[in-house]
Design a protein around this ligand. Structure first.
Ligand code: 6PG
Length: 236
């Protein structure tokens, strides 16, 4: 059974400082041990203050750090909805390699983008050092939405990414997606989930309580984790 540890904070700023410190430690430890650190980081808005705090960490040798989004929206590279763009605008500027999940210089179908991402992900050294997940109030994580759970949970052996077309399309970014699959999201030495607000807390608590029979993607993913999961939550 998966072990969970909750780290709770009164406000986002305090949580951001703590997550940045802990992620910084994971990066430094990996660089010391292996000469490099490989991370997958969620998209959405929650990571922004944490990435800013992380970028201010003067002890990290960013040239040894490679970051891949856990999921991507089917948009061009310069679109404000691009998860790669959000991460790269902060950390590529520091010298980190931020890998797009697929070539965002032209339009793809979800199926094509998923295949391209799957091939690109094969270049990472699995298991990676850290997977950092976010979550929506509907219990989706990465771009594994309730309507496309089967496509990303029950995948052929070795499949690391798939293209998905959630139904309905998510209101905040109404486009098809590419997402890491459950096995890929879990193939990391350290797993963290970073969320804010009462609604997400209640959804995550329910997902954890329901375990493998959860109807929420986050519950189904975390139920199969083989390492303890650290959950960072701020009240907002
Ligand atoms: C995405 C995500 C997604 C995100 C949640 C939470 O690209 O949409 O990676 O899984 O983590 O939707 O988003 P917020 O942090 O914006 O609430």
């Amino acid at each position: 059974m998966t072990e969970f540890e909750w780290w709770t904070f009164d406000d986002v700023a305090t949580m951001a400082a703590q997550v940045a410190e802990d992620v910084g430690f994971i990066i430094e430890r990996a660089v010391d041990a292996n000469g490099k650190a490989e991370l997958c980081i969620s998209g959405g808005t929650t990571p922004a203050p944490i990435l800013a705090a992380l970028a201010a960490n003067g002890d990290i040798d960013w040239s040894k750090v490679s970051i891949t989004p856990t999921d991507e929206r089917l948009v061009r590279a310069d679109d404000p909805l691009s998860n790669h763009r959000s991460i790269a605008s902060v950390l590529a500027a520091k010298g980190a390699v931020v890998n797009p999940l697929f070539d965002q210089s032209h339009d793809w179908t979800a199926l094509e983008a998923g295949r391209s991402a799957d091939a690109r992900l094969a270049q990472l050294s699995w298991p990676i050092d850290l997977t950092w997940l976010g979550m929506g109030e509907d219990g989706h994580t990465a771009s594994i939405f309730p309507s496309v759970m089967n496509a990303a949970l029950d995948v052929p052996r070795g499949r690391r990414a798939v293209g998905v077309e959630p139904e309905p399309l998510p209101a905040n970014a109404p486009v098809a997606r590419v997402t890491l699959t459950k096995p890929a999201l879990l193939d990391a030495h350290t797993l963290i989930v970073v969320i804010t607000g009462e609604a997400k807390k209640a959804a995550l608590e329910r997902a954890i309580a329901d375990g493998p029979s959860s109807t929420l993607p986050i519950g189904r993913v975390l139920a199969d984790a083989e390492v303890p999961v650290d959950i960072y939550w701020a009240a907002e």
